[in-house]
Design a protein around this ligand. Structure first.
Ligand code: GAL
Length: 375
């Protein structure tokens, strides 16, 4: 199975952790459709940790928690599919999941078969309780093989938090996306930490095996499992979404979409920003200006010939950024100027020759899409 664009969807962990059940998942499925998320591209609904009984059955198969999921996973997957969505579930390469439920070590093939029977389309595979003597790459490869031979297309979402230099071996495993950092929390400092880690590994992202910067916290507003009171402003959530979109990370919503503010929805459903994330060419960005105060400008080429400028001001002060077109390869000899469009303001900024200067507030961002036009 080949995955050509960063997966998008919703995941239960950030808000609900162990507080999940069939009704919640059905309500989320309904909202993903009714509130326009599916239409924007969010099509995977993923149940994270804490969905199973503590023991496997006599055949060694995982068993859904009877109280939380009284009708089992097949019925729930059918419901999710009936909405036009895809269904995801969670396990670990180790003996237990991170929350202590049975996991897939030495049950890889039987679990893959079970998931296929239930109609699972996406497996998030975590890294807890890995026997010390075992090589992580080997375990992801084993599950990669199990899924590739289970008779159903199932996306493999590796979640080894960047440990053991994940970026060096993950593309050999059959994983379609891989977590490159530890867990996000609902705070700007967490967004900044994850962003800074990307500076050392962004070259390893690529089509078919996407660098997953973790589930989104946009709109959590202090509520839920990784929620932190008064830790993020709307501007900071916008910066978070801008970075994840620009770097081509999977976009998995982690907030409660049943109770979303219009500001949150406007961020998560900005189709022009999503289009950058989902761009068919999936080119690697490059750093144009990296300032010591952690305020940077990046550039990414789009499939249709446009360029996107990503301004990420992680510093605590407003910063003015001059971008000289010579630095992006467009010197005078090219005879082109740039027609600029601000993807958050959703407005044209006009046409510019040689240089464009703009300011970005503290913890703010800008995504500006540039079209090349003849002078
Ligand atoms: C962590 C993982 C989280 C979540 C959690 C569940 O290891 O990074 O995203 O899945 O386990 O216990």
């Amino acid at each position: 199975m080949i995955v050509t664009k960063p997966p998008m969807g919703w995941n239960s962990w950030n808000t609900f952790a162990h507080n999940i059940d069939e009704n919640l998942i059905k309500e989320i499925a309904d909202k993903m459709v009714d509130e326009g998320y599916l239409e924007c591209g969010y099509d995977y609904l993923v149940i994270d940790d804490c969905w199973s009984e503590l023991k496997r059955d006599e055949q060694g198969r995982l068993v859904p928690d009877h109280v939380k999921f009284p009708n089992g996973m097949k019925a729930l997957a059918d419901y999710v599919h009936s909405k036009g969505l895809k269904f995801g579930i969670y396990s670990c390469v180790g003996n237990y999941t991170c929350a202590g439920y049975p996991a897939s070590f030495e049950y890889e093939f039987i679990d893959a078969e079970t998931f296929a029977e239930w109609g699972v389309d996406y497996l998030k595979l975590d890294y807890c309780y890995k026997p010390q003597s075992e090589d992580g790459a080997k375990l992801y490869r084993r599950m990669g093989l199990a899924l590739a031979n289970c008779g159903r297309d199932i996306v493999l979402s590796a979640c080894s938090w960047g440990a053991d230099e994940t970026h060096r071996w993950i593309k050999s495993t059959g994983s379609h996306l891989w977590r490159s950092t530890g867990d996000i929390v609902d705070c700007f400092s967490s967004i900044r930490d994850i962003y800074n880690i990307q500076k050392g590994i962004y070259e390893y992202n690529g089509q078919g095996c996407f660098n997953d910067m973790d589930m989104l916290i946009v709109g959590m507003g202090g509520k839920g499992h990784v929620g932190r009171e008064n830790c993020c402003t709307t501007e900071e959530y916008r910066t978070h979404f801008s970075i994840w979109a620009f770097f081509g990370s999977p976009l998995m919503i982690g907030s409660d979409i049943r109770t979303q503010t219009p500001e949150t929805k406007a961020i998560l459903q900005n189709k022009a920003v999503i289009a950058v994330n989902q761009d068919a060419a999936y080119r690697q960005p490059y750093l144009l200006t990296g300032r010591p105060d952690n305020a940077d400008v990046w550039v990414r080429h789009m499939e249709n010939g446009d360029i996107v400028l990503g301004y990420f001001n992680m510093s605590d002060n407003e910063v003015g950024f001059p971008v000289s077109f010579t630095d992006i390869g467009l010197n005078r000899s090219t005879g082109v100027k740039l027609r600029l469009f601000d993807l958050w303001e959703m407005k044209s900024l006009g046409e510019f020759e040689d240089i464009f200067v703009t300011g970005v507030p503290a913890h703010g961002s800008k995504l500006i899409r540039a079209r090349l036009v003849k002078k």
